[in-house]
Design a protein around this ligand. Structure first.
Ligand code: UD1
Ligand code: UDP
Length: 383
C-alpha cells in the first residue's frame, strides 16, 4: 500500500482535496492510503470545517493550528510542523495543491527530506512576482517530482522554464514528470452541482432570483490591503447595485477586516443602507455553487471562482491586472478589469447584453483526480 501525505491549509485546497480523497476512496482503496495534514492556515468554521462537513473529506489526521501571521512567521511555523510529521510518518510522497503558503511550506519541508512532492495545479503563472502565490507556485513546481497541470497553457509554461514532457522513470525532483490532467476543481463542480441543487437554500435565504443577481468575491491581498483599490471596487459594486441588479458578496475575512479599517466611512454607510448590495460571511461550497449556477454574472479576484464561472457558463469580470486562466479571457467569456471602475462598468455593460457566449471545454473531463491517482500508483507502487 502506498502511503500518501496530503497537506491542506487554505479554503481552496480543502475543496480540491475532496476530489482526490473521493477518487482514492471509490477507485483505489487498496492501493493508496491517505493521511491528511491541515496546517491551520485557515481556521474559521466557514473557511475550513464547513468543507470537511459538507464534502465528505476525511477529518484531518493532524492540525498544526498555525493560524494567521506574516509570511515569514506563518511559513516558517508550517515548515517546522510539516517536517516533524514527515519524519515520524515517513510517507512515500507528499501531495500539495495550488500556491498558498501551506503549499510552499510543504514543498520546502519535503524536498529537503528527499520525500517526493506531487504538485496538483502545476505550471500556472501570472508572470507577476508581486503576488505571493507566484513565488509559492514557482518554488513548488521546481522541487516537485510529479507535476499535474490543469491546462495545456500550464504545461507550456513549465516547458519554457526548462521542464521536459518526455522524461522517463524513475522520476525525481531532478527528472520530474509533467502531465496535463484537466482541472480537479472541475471534477468537484460536476460532482457537487446536483447535490447543491438539492441541499442549498441560499437563494431563498437571501431572496435572490435566478439570473437576476451578480455574485462577487474579493480576497486578493493587493485588493484588500490597498485602500485605493478596495474603495474603487466597493464604490463600483455599490454603483452597479444601485439599479435593478442585486449584488451578493460572501466576503473573505481578510476583506471584511479591511473594509472596517479602510473603506471610506460615507461609502460604508451608503453600502450598509443599500438593500441591493448584500455582504455576508463566506458561504459553504454547496451554497457558492448554487450561487454561481444561478448568477447572471460573476465579479471576482479569486482563481477558483473565475474557473467555476466558466464551468457554469457565466460571464466573469476579473478584478486583477492579469489571470493565470488565460483561456477564459481568450474565449471571450471573461474580461480583465483590474480595480478600475471604468473597466468594471464597461465589462458589466458588455456582458449585460451578451446572451450567446460560448464556453468550449477547457478544463478536462471531470476525471482529473482519477488520472492523478493512476499516475501516482504507476510511479510509487513497487518503488
Ligand atoms: C490565502 C492564500 C491565497 C488564497 C487564499 C484562499 C497565501 C499567501 N495566500 O490568502 O493564495 O487565494 O488563501 O482563500 O497563502 N483570516 C481569518 N480567518 C481565517 C483565515 C484568515 O480571519 O480562517 C484572515 C486573517 O486576518 C488573516 C487574513 O485573513 O491575517 C489572511 O489570511 P491568510 O491565510 O494569510 O491569506 P489569505 O488572504 O486567506
Ligand atoms: N468559495 C466558497 N465560499 C465562498 C467563497 C469561495 O466555498 O464564500 C470557494 C469557491 O467556490 C472556490 C474556492 O472557494 O472553489 C476558491 O477559494 P478562494 O477564492 O478563497 O481562493 P483562490 O481560488 O483564489 O485561491
Amino acid at each position: 500500500m502506498i502511503k500518501l501525505l496530503t497537506v491542506v491549509g487554505a479554503r481552496p485546497q480543502i475543496i480540491k482535496a475532496a476530489a482526490l480523497s473521493r477518487a482514492l476512496k471509490n477507485k483505489f482503496p487498496d492501493r493508496i492510503s491517505e493521511i491528511i495534514l491541515h496546517t491551520g492556515q485557515h481556521y474559521d468554521q466557514n473557511m475550513s470545517q464547513v468543507f470537511f462537513d459538507e464534502l465528505g473529506i476525511p477529518e484531518p489526521d493532524f492540525n498544526l493550528n498555525t493560524g494567521s501571521a506574516s509570511h515569514g512567521v506563518q511559513t516558517a511555523a508550517m515548515i517546522v510542523g510539516i517536517e516533524e510529521k514527515l519524519l515520524t510518518l515517513k510517507p512515500d510522497f507528499l501531495v500539495l495543491y495550488g500556491d498558498t503558503n501551506s503549499t510552499l511550506a510543504g514543498a520546502i519541508a519535503a524536498s529537503k527530506l528527499k520525500i517526493p512532492v506531487v504538485h496538483i495545479e502545476a505550471g500556472l503563472r501570472s508572470f507577476n512576482k508581486t503576488m505571493p502565490e507566484e513565488i509559492n507556485r514557482i518554488v513548488c513546481d521546481h522541487v516537485s517530482t510529479l507535476l499535474f497541470s490543469p491546462t495545456p497553457t500550464g504545461v507550456a509554461n513549465l516547458v519554457k522554464e526548462g521542464f521536459a514532457t518526455d522524461t522517463r522513470p524513475p522520476f525525481s525532483a531532478d527528472n520530474p514528470a509533467v502531465y496535463h490532467c484537466g482541472d480537479i476543481m472541475y471534477d468537484n463542480s460536476l460532482y457537487f452541482s446536483r447535490v447543491a441543487e438539492e441541499r442549498s437554500s441560499i437563494l431563498e435565504k437571501h431572496h435572490l432570483e435566478p439570473g437576476k443577481f451578480i455574485l462577487g468575491t474579493i480576497h486578493r491581498d493587493n485588493n484588500t490591503d490597498d485602500p485605493q483599490r478596495l474603495n474603487a471596487i466597493f464604490r463600483t459594486l455599490h454603483r452597479i447595485s444601485s439599479g435593478e441588479t442585486k449584488v451578493f458578496v460572501p466576503l473573505h475575512p481578510r476583506a471584511s477586516k479591511m473594509l472596517d479599517q479602510n473603506l471610506d466611512k460615507k461609502l460604508y454607510g451608503e453600502i450598509n443602507a443599500n438593500p441591493n448590495l448584500v455582504i455576508t460571511k463566506p458561504v459553504s461550497f454547496l451554497d457558492i455553487i448554487k450561487l454561481e449556477k444561478n448568477a447572471k454574472m460573476i465579479i471576482t479576484d479569486s482563481g477558483g471562482v473565475q474557473k467555476e464561472a466558466y464551468f457554469f457558463r457565466k460571464p466573469c469580470i476579473i478584478l486583477r491586472p492579469e489571470t493565470e486562466w488565460v483561456e477564459i479571457v481568450e474565449n471571450g467569456t471573461a474580461l480583465i478589469a483590474d480595480a478600475d471602475p471604468e473597466k468594471i462598468l464597461d465589462a458589466f455593460e458588455y456582458f449585460s447584453h451578451q446572451d450567446d457566449l460560448e464556453f468550449p471545454p477547457v478544463f478536462g473531463d471531470g476525471k482529473a483526480a482519477e488520472f492523478i491517482c493512476e499516475k501516482i500508483i504507476h510511479t510509487f507502487e513497487n518503488k
